[in-house]
Design a protein. Structure first.
Length: 168
């Protein structure tokens, strides 16, 4: 009799412990519509860094480096365009809110939406940095200062777009 009660008690504890009620489960995280694109973008940037390292070490010829770099930059451009397309479709309330930071990296105190709108309306639109060319006619990236002999839409060093004026 005592063994029967002990076995019943053990079975009861196991059933109680292992049973999962739907209300006890945590809410699933919302699926980001651009998560897979952001991961692909990070992978392409990593591949560009690895490619540049292998070229500087001497593992790649200049032709292979240029061809592979161009292919990766095309892939990156298509991924960035897709991200822009998806983000443009997503409602602003559904997009994750990331606080902006000032030049020192500090997050400013939140302000009222009306004040933010007034400040944004008064602020002139930010223009991209002025493009530069050096004496040899090579293009300089206005963001990082990298030099390129041929016109490019995106910087091979930092990945940011080079203004159209710089490529002419």
């Amino acid at each position: 009799m005592m063994i029967f009660v002990a076995a019943l008690l053990v079975i009861g504890v196991l059933v109680f412990t292992l049973s999962v009620r739907p209300k006890d489960l945590p809410e699933p995280e919302p699926v980001s519509p651009v998560k897979h694109l952001e991961e692909r973008k990070a992978t392409i940037y990593e591949n560009l860094r690895d490619l540049q390292f292998e070229y500087r070490v001497g593992k790649l010829s200049e032709n292979d480096y240029a061809r592979t770099k161009t292919d990766l930059q095309r892939q990156l451009a298509s991924v960035l365009a897709e991200i822009d397309k998806v983000v443009g479709v997503v409602a602003p309330s559904a997009a994750p809110s990331v606080p902006s930071r000032d030049r020192q990296g500090a997050v400013p105190a939140p302000t009222a939406p009306a004040a933010e709108a007034a400040v944004a309306a008064a602020r002139p639109p930010a223009a991209p940095p002025a493009p530069n060319r050096n004496r040899e006619g090579a293009i300089l990236c206005p963001h990082c200062g990298a030099t390129f002999p041929n016109p490019m839409k995106f910087c091979g060093e930092c990945g940011k777009p080079i203004p159209v004026e710089a490529t002419k």
